[in-house]
Design a protein around this ligand. Structure first.
Ligand code: GDD
Ligand code: MG
Length: 346
């Protein structure tokens, strides 16, 4: 079985994080995000992984390379123009005779893929889709199944009436196993969406379309700054299993600085006396000056938090300068190179 990671979206909803950094390599726990998916696939024995890209492909390839470092073989397919989720699958796998495991490139999960693969084979389905419950299905694809778990309806971005009518909160978790029998439903080189075109057509043709519940595993679409920050707070809280880089030994932390055990500090950070860091992730080379306070936040590489600044519940991207006594309040998201003069409040 081969895997295809759909990573060609522009990451618009994740702006400003994605202005200079493509979504697949946005740092999560100080590692390119897609590494979590790559590791999950490798754990299920899938080592042949294609990344389907259309936006800033070179930056992604530069960071992830050929995959040897992670024990997989990575290949890259770039569309001439974004072809949509289904069109991207056809573009990459048109001549593929093997089963494909397709992953939306912005899903963070610790789900055991091998159980889903076994269920797909057992039922000899043309397609199997992973499902997870959410409180508000309106941002997702709502999936209705029968008692045996076969998919009977798929409604992308349902409106409130449709959600009420279907009476389910199970949504498409963005992980599919597809047989090559699905490929003829999509025209090569044309725009097609799994969600709006391909899945309805599979149902229309009464092909085997099964579901598999993620059942208690962690699942999150990290496609907005809010969910990106929450996912890391969840990691620090131990809610998700996955590799985390060890705490760096190569940072200078003053003896009178207080860094709690949960926080993750990358290499080359400098943390000055009486600074306090709680439940946060600091990327490489971050400087935190005297008496600065950082809580529940993610700070990307080479940003500087000046003396007595107060940062809570925020994402601060690369090379920002937060001046002295600045207050960065909950929910702030500061793009690369933001500079906040002393005493600003945001
Ligand atoms: N190669 C390629 N080409 N990839 C694409 C394209 C394209 O034209 N368009 C989107 N993608 C990739 C995105 O990069 C992302 O990883 C994935 O496909 C899904 O696109 P999103 O834009 O993130 O979709 P969504 O979050 O609104 O909804 C999708 O995911 C939900 C789960 O998070 C749908 O699949 C929903 O049904 C699902 O519930
Ligand atoms: Mg998404």
């Amino acid at each position: 079985m081969k895997a295809l990671i759909l990573a060609g979206g522009k990451g618009t909803r994740l702006r400003p994080l994605t202005v200079y950094t493509p979504k697949p390599v946005v740092p999560l726990m100080n590692r390119p995000f897609l590494l979590f998916q790559i590791e999950l696939l490798a754990m299920a024995g899938i080592t042949d992984i294609t990344l389907s890209l259309s936006y800033q492909p070179d930056k992604i390839e530069d960071q992830l390379g050929d995959g040897a470092e992670y024990g997989v073989r990575l290949s890259y397919v770039t569309e001439p123009n974004p072809l949509g989720t289904g069109g991207a699958y056809k573009w990459a796998f048109a001549k593929e005779a093997e089963t494909a495991l397709v992953f939306n490139g912005d899903i963070l999960t610790d789900f055991d893929l091998s159980a889903m693969i076994a269920a797909h084979r057992d039922k000899a389905s043309d397609a199997t889709i992973a499902l997870t419950p959410v409180i508000d299905p309106s941002r997702y694809g709502l999936v209705e199944t029968d008692k045996c778990g076969s998919v009977v309806r798929f409604l992308e971005k349902p409106n409130p009436e449709e959600i009420d009518r279907l009476g389910t909160n199970l949504i498409n978790a963005g992980i599919y196993i597809l047989e090559p029998t699905v490929l003829p439903l999509i025209a090569t080189g044309e725009n097609a969406s799994f969600e709006y075109n391909v899945f309805p057509e599979i149902l229309n043709r009464k092909m085997g379309f099964n579901s598999f519940s993620l059942d208690g595993s962690y699942w999150k679409d990290i496609g907005t700054p809010e969910s990106y920050l929450t996912a890391q707070m969840d990691f620090l809280n131990g809610d998700i299993t996955g590799s985390i880089l060890p705490k760096s030994q190569n940072s200078e932390i003053a003896t009178t600085a207080a860094v709690d055990d949960r926080s993750l500090i990358a290499e080359g950070c400098v943390i000055k006396p009486n600074a306090k860091i709680i439940n946060s992730v600091l990327g490489p080379g971050v400087h935190v000056e005297e008496k600065a306070f950082i809580e529940n936040s993610v700070i990307w590489a080479h940003s500087r938090i000046s003396a007595s600044a107060d940062v809570r519940g925020s994402v601060i991207c690369r090379s920002c300068h937060i001046g002295k006594n600045v207050v960065v309040g909950c929910g702030s998201v500061l793009g690369d190179k933001t500079s906040l003069p002393d005493y600003s409040k945001v």
